[in-house]
Design a protein around this ligand. Structure first.
Ligand code: 1GP
Length: 248
């Protein structure tokens, strides 16, 4: 089954949980345990990636992750040097809130031949960077202004443009380590107007906030930072159970 079909199937049933792993931050001996702990405690998939590559561990760590779990492993590329055969799929992000052509199409062109070469499933994703209350790596690295957090009509317009352009997912991201996640009102406005599954990440620090975003209409909630230093099984389970309690 294609990963995208699995995503559609999951989104029809309930809200779901993705754990984000930054392969640069993890040592080879820890990465396997981290991935397994996420799976054993209810994660529906793993996103692997970061804004920059600070060492050469991406390919080897991704391979270890892929071999350690049965849930889908998706590459979440800050830059498209993150293409690899050791994943089930790649989120082919176009930063629709950017006006920087490199982020809209340039990086994707660089990645496309390698995606083809590996036969990797690429899932076209309208990636929206949303104002977060602080400056995040993704804002800085993409060279784009984030979408203002109170402008729900603009959020809807960007998400709709992604849908009409044929993209398959919406990713609303306040950025890793965001002070504030995207508001419930913004998520609800996008949900009301767009048919595609919505992934939401950036600044989700508690299961209670995750529930709010899932209730507002996010189909997949991502946590990264909160688990980065400490993949606490109990906390992962709390996130998973809270998010899964929201049925469709
Ligand atoms: C970042 O959506 C992810 O791109 C996760 O964000 O690290 O703040 O959980 P956090």
């Amino acid at each position: 089954m294609k990963v995208y079909d699995k995503i559609l199937e999951l989104a029809k049933k309930r809200a779901n949980y993705f754990c984000l792993l930054d392969p640069d931050e993890l040592h080879a001996d820890k990465v396997k345990d981290f991935a397994r702990i996420c799976e054993e405690n209810g994660a529906d998939g793993l996103l692997v990636g970061g804004s920059i590559m600070v060492n050469n561990k991406f390919q080897s760590n991704l391979k270890i992750i892929k071999e350690s779990v049965n849930i889908p492993v998706l590459i979440f590329p800050g830059i498209f040097d993150f293409v690899s055969p050791h994943a089930d799929a790649l989120l082919l992000l176009s930063v629709v809130t950017s006006r920087n052509p490199q982020m809209l199409i340039g990086e994707q062109v660089r990645a496309a031949p390698l995606i083809k070469h590996y036969g990797l499933e690429a899932i076209g994703t309208a990636y929206m960077i949303i104002e977060s209350g602080n400056s995040t790596s993704v804002q800085f690295m993409s060279g784009s202004l984030p979408l203002p957090r109170t402008k729900n009509d603009l959020a809807v317009a960007h998400a709709l443009a992604g849908q009409y352009l044929g993209m398959k997912l919406i990713y609303m991201d306040a950025g890793s380590g965001a002070k504030y996640a995207a508001t419930d009102e913004m998520v609800a406005a996008v949900r009301k107007n767009v048919d595609l599954p919505i992934i939401l990440g950036g600044g989700i620090k508690t299961p209670e906030v995750a529930i709010q975003k899932a209730k507002a209409g996010a189909d997949f909630i991502v946590t990264g930072n909160i688990l980065e230093d400490n993949p606490d099984p109990k906390l992962i389970r709390e996130f998973a159970d809270a998010i899964h309690s929201i049925k469709r």
